[in-house]
Structure formats: structure tokens, C-alpha cells
Design a binder for this molecule. Structure first.
Ligand SMILES: [Fe+2]
Ligand SMILES: [Fe+2]
Length: 271
């Protein structure tokens, strides 16, 4: 049995860390944080999640991004402080940035995001190594980055050609183990026109691979309300929801003998 714990979208936040923030997109994120997010996202829930993970000792932890609100170094430092016990444990972590982690092109922000990838994954891979396959136990995790700095109005993501070609190439190979794709954005989009400002672009072929079962599971965040879209074998897409907004994590048990996944969303205040 392999146990996976997946959390997402903790959105640490604060003020503008330098005056240049007022010249790029960060002022939008800082404004959002000051007037909305700080009242919605309770970082204590992330502390609870870390405690739960250390108690439960899963085989692997997956974080699908948006650890910060505007991708500033001080916000990454806040997240790091809470996640340090997990980093210091021997539990492997897969992390891919969300759109709020790779928010602007400012050098110090990009550096902080890349350092976080290196820190949280314990040096297993670098941001610039993505897309990449990480094998843990008898599962292949296909880790992609879909987040890039956008203009003021967009929160959309982009699965670039390089990434989709990489996934397609992996999926053409003989399948020895189930494949779990890890990205920030949901692949399955029920309202692509309504949600064009928030959705993922470039994922069409990959959705087909998921629906055909060539990829067994897609783990994502970005949407703060948790949900799963699974078939009777437990395959499909799972959004962890926001840990700090809803106190929720996604727990998956994979039975190697039967090849079945069992999934549940856990509300940490109810455990
Ligand atoms: Fe988010
Ligand atoms: Fe997001």
C-alpha cells in the first residue's frame, strides 16, 4: 500500500516587499491579500496539515502550489517556516509552483520560487528540470509546471508544448506503474469559456490521455473548493482545495496488489 497526502493553495501573504511591487502585478496580489485573502486563509491549517503528515507518515507528499499570494521572498519564507518540519523529515515531497508562486518576472521573486522547489523537494529536482518523472514506490509521478507570469487580468496557466510533448512521450512507453500527473491547474475544465481567465491552456491532448486511463490520476489545486472527478476504479482528477481556506487535504491509498486507488478529502478540524 502506498499512501499519498496532497495539499495545496496555502497562500501566505503580506505587504509589498519593495516599491517596485507597485509597478508590476504584485500590487494586485497585495491588494487582494490585504482586503480579502488574509481574512479567508488561516495559516494555522497548514501547521495542522504538517502535524497530520508527520503523524501519519505517508510514503509521499504532493503540494500543487500557490504557497504564496504574490511570490515574494518574504511570503516564501513564511511558508518555509511552517513547512520546515516536513522538509526535515524523511518523507519525500513533490512540489510544483502555482500561478501565485510564479507571479512576476522580478529576479528576486523568481529566485525565491526556484529556491522553494529545491528546498521542499530536498534537492530531488530543480524548477528548471521540469517536466520530470519522479518514481516513488510503484508509482510514476509526472511533474509539470503550468504557471507563468501573466498580465494583470489573467490567472490562467499554460501547459507549454515542451511539457505536453514530454507527457505524450512518457505515455507512449510501456506502462510498468500507474502514472499520476502533478500540476497546479485542473486538466478537466467544464466551463472553458466562462473560466477563460482562470483556466489552463494547451492541455487538450493530455485530458484525452487522462480520460483514456493512460494517465491514471491528475492531482491539482488552484480551485480552492476541494473536489474529485473519479471513475469507479478511482481514476481521474482530484483537486485538493485550499488547505488554509478550507482546512482540507487529499489522502490517497494505492493498493499495488489490486491496482486500485482509494481517495478521500480529509477536514483536519474534524479528525
Ligand atoms: Fe490559489
Ligand atoms: Fe492558482
Amino acid at each position: 500500500m502506498t499512501k499519498i497526502i496532497h495539499f495545496s493553495d496555502s497562500h501566505a501573504g503580506g505587504g509589498a516587499e519593495d516599491w517596485l511591487a507597485y509597478l508590476d502585478k504584485r500590487w494586485v496580489g497585495v491588494f487582494n491579500y490585504k482586503f480579502r485573502r488574509q481574512f479567508q486563509h488561516d495559516q494555522n491549517n497548514l501547521i495542522l496539515a504538517v502535524e497530520y503528515i508527520l503523524d501519519t507518515k505517508p510514503d509521499i507528499v504532493v503540494c500543487t502550489g500557490d504557497l504564496t499570494s504574490t511570490g515574494q521572498p518574504g511570503e516564501f519564507a513564511m511558508a518555509k517556516k511552517i513547512l520546515k518540519p516536513l522538509r526535515d523529515s524523511n518523507i519525500p515531497v513533490i512540489y510544483t509552483p502555482g500561478n501565485h508562486d510564479y507571479y512576476v518576472k522580478r529576479t528576486k521573486c523568481v529566485r525565491a520560487m526556484k529556491e522553494m522547489v529545491w528546498y521542499l523537494t530536498k534537492g530531488e529536482y530543480d524548477f528548471d528540470d521540469l517536466p520530470s518523472v519522479q518514481r516513488h514506490g510503484e508509482i510514476d509521478f509526472i511533474v509539470v509546471n503550468e504557471s507563468w507570469p501573466t498580465n494583470l487580468l489573467m490567472s490562467s496557466g499554460h501547459l507549454k508544448r515542451k511539457s505536453s510533448q514530454f507527457i505524450e512521450k512518457i505515455c507512449k512507453q510501456p506502462k510498468h506503474y500507474p502514472r499520476i500527473m502533478v500540476g497546479h491547474y485542473p486538466l478537466i475544465e467544464d466551463a472553458p469559456i466562462m473560466r477563460f481567465r482562470h483556466r489552463l491552456f494547451g492541455q487538450k491532448h493530455i485530458v484525452r490521455l487522462l480520460k483514456e486511463g493512460v494517465i491514471d490520476l491528475s492531482l491539482c489545486g488552484h480551485i480552492h473548493r476541494p473536489y474529485s472527478k473519479l471513475n469507479i476504479d478511482g481514476k481521474g482528477e482530484i483537486c485538493a482545495g485550499s488547505i488554509t481556506r478550507n482546512g482540507v487535504i487529499n489522502e490517497i491509498n494505492y493498493d499495488e496488489k489490486t491496482g486500485l486507488f482509494k481517495q478521500q478529502h480529509l477536514y483536519l478540524n474534524n479528525i
